[in-house]
Design a protein around this ligand. Sequence first.
Ligand code: C2E
Ligand code: SIN
Ligand code: SIN
Ligand code: FE
Ligand code: FE
Length: 410
Amino acid sequence: MIREDPRRLKELIELSAHIAEVKDLDEVMERILGTARDFTDCDAGSIYIKQGDHLLFSYAQNDTLSSRLKSGEKLIYTTFKVPVDNNSIAGYVASSGKTLNLTDVYHLPPELPFSFDKSYDESANYRTKSMLTVPLMTINKRVVGVLQLINRLDTGCQVTAFETELEPYVNFFATNAAGALAQAQLTRTILLRMIKMAELRDPKETGNHVNRVAGYSVEIFETWAKKKGMAQKDIDSSRDVLRMAAMLHDVGKVAISDLILKKPGRLDDEEFAMMKTHTVLGARLFRDSQSGFEEAASEVALNHHEKWDGSGYPGHVDVLTGEALPGKSGDDGSPLPKKGEEISLYGRIVALADVYDALSSSRSYKKAWSEEKVLGIIEEGRGAHFDPAIVDAFMECLPTLRSIMKRYSG
Ligand code: C2E
Ligand code: SIN
Ligand code: SIN
Ligand code: FE
Ligand code: FE
């Protein structure tokens, strides 16, 4: 029988509250689906996210298919779109806002307007049978997506129907999940707009610079992390965070005057002092970090001009004031330098990616250098400007970095 058990409800409320704290979109989807599947004991599930008049198949879990993989392999699924209309199960649920509880999708009641698309089952050698599909609808009745739970298992691990009594619980959960999803989407949208804004500031070179530095950073990180034995799952969950943060490394330059930013020649001391503030200014934009994305963006903006040997900038500063942190000032009141692992990992990675790109490209104030010369400078900077372990990872993945450079050239 179904859990009319108040403890079960309490557990669900606690899980919902926990999901509301998770802010990154991918993590939110993982939690939503994992929690809903645990609660209903089902083998598989998917999340669709609404984009305009379509649903994007965005996330999936499937225990049966995962158990057929070798250890370390991940479930691969292709994303696809379905229109929000009555021709598909997910589309019907999104357009009607109704829950759909089907006992066997291969034998649908004839009055239903849609049929089940078996092509995925056939290619994956899987049999989808019972399916509970609920709209991810916020308390304001806005549909942000669809949650699909597949193949409920009984105590003997046989596929069974989703009991009607489960529906209110899952709907309650879906409302909370929809709120968390909407919040995570908003965060991502705002960050993407900030990236656009940073690009627009200097359309001639920045757009590609931003994409290249992000691409290099993710590649260097992955090589570094694999050598460290980091689990693939953790590497994957960091990739998007680092990519977005690296794209925003120079976002503080939006506050720097064009006279300095686009100066054709060398900067004088005063101009360069101004330019250096782009680190703190960028970090300040994210000081009330709400998500892993924002925290990483703040960290990267602040740290990407620090140097391993402590000769970089801005050092141990308070992001709010730009002044030295308490107990971190020298005799003259200036901030103490940051060195070695005091500089955050993402900062150390983006520092190298940024210089590699700056040297390899032409700027308003310099020509592009040959790869040989660029690699020479990076090698020279090992242990001085750069973390030696990051330089090693860089050299190891250089062929991939070259192809990223080609992809985002011009
Ligand atoms: P950027 O152009 O993205 O350069 C990033 C970093 O790459 C620089 O940080 C520096 O570490 C390295 N880099 C760039 N060009 C050279 C070079 O010719 N030789 C060497 N050894 N390293 C180079 P840095 O120096 O802190 O500069 C930060 C930003 O300040 C630069 O970002 C650029 O926007 C601006 N900037 C720096 N120097 C000048 C300059 O002389 N004229 C102008 N107009 N802007 C400058
Ligand atoms: C995203 O993660 O969806 C945007 C950043 C990117 O990967 O380009
Ligand atoms: C992560 O490694 O995924 C978190 C990065 C951060 O927020 O600093
Ligand atoms: Fe910078
Ligand atoms: Fe840069």
